[in-house]
Design a protein around this ligand. Structure first.
Ligand SMILES: [Zn+2]
Length: 219
């Protein structure tokens, strides 16, 4: 065991730091639910072992499916950007849980995907709900690991994208699944060069909007 990386605020798993993934690939590995949908997931991360990190979410064009892990405790260009722009793109904490997404989907090549592992990134409200799920499993002499839940996301504006109702179904024998947690470092290790580039681009865009007369005289 080596020491926990400084960018993990809580417990961190020990993994190879050399991994690198494109933004799109990383986004595909995040658990996400369309509004009004229901899915069944099986937790692989025990409820008291989920690493907690600071991250920034930002939009490029029309997509908000972009994230950067905060560089804190080192100086973070995204935090500086947020400070200079009324908190836009400010960091927030997420807890990371690996889950098996049992829903089925077909890609463009016709390949059917099922039981893929995803990282469920839980913000504060969802963390509270999952903490209760964890405690309830412990009270029953088991763990969140191996617990299957029916998850529901409402259509309400700003409903958590990972779902908001978690209904326990049953404990699952994980021996027939790929049941290792995903490599958090490969997906979430901070990238100082990308953070600097993204912050510079977003900063330029915001300045351009603020100084364009027809856009700034709106009231
Ligand atoms: Zn930051």
């Amino acid at each position: 065991m080596t020491s926990t990386p400084d960018w993990i605020q809580g417990y961190g798993v020990e993994t190879d730091m050399s991994g690198d993934k494109s933004g799109k690939q990383a986004a595909r590995e995040r658990f996400w639910m369309p509004p009004g949908s229901e899915k069944v997931v099986i937790f692989l991360t025990p409820g008291d072992r989920s690493p907690t990190i600071w991250e920034h979410n930002y939009n490029t064009g029309s997509s908000w499916a972009n994230w950067l892990t905060c560089l804190s405790p080192k100086p973070c260009p995204m935090c500086e950007l947020a400070l200079a722009n009324d908190g836009k793109y400010a960091r927030y904490k997420v807890q990371l849980f690996t889950v098996i997404d049992t829903s089925e989907w077909q890609d463009k090549a016709g390949v059917v995907h099922k039981n893929e592992r995803k990282v469920l990134c839980a913000k504060k409200k969802t963390v509270e709900i999952l903490a209760r799920c964890h405690l309830s499993r412990i009270e029953n002499g088991v763990s969140l690991r191996g617990a299957a839940f029916k998850v529901f996301r409402t259509k309400a504006d700003k409903s958590p994208s990972v779902g908001e109702m978690f209904e326990f179904i049953r404990m699952v024998d994980l021996s027939s699944y790929d049941a290792d947690e995903l490599d958090y470092a490969a997906m979430f290790a901070p990238d100082p060069i990308k953070a600097a580039n993204v912050a510079a681009t977003l900063g330029r865009d915001m300045k351009a909007v603020a100084t364009t007369p027809e856009l700034s005289i709106k009231y």
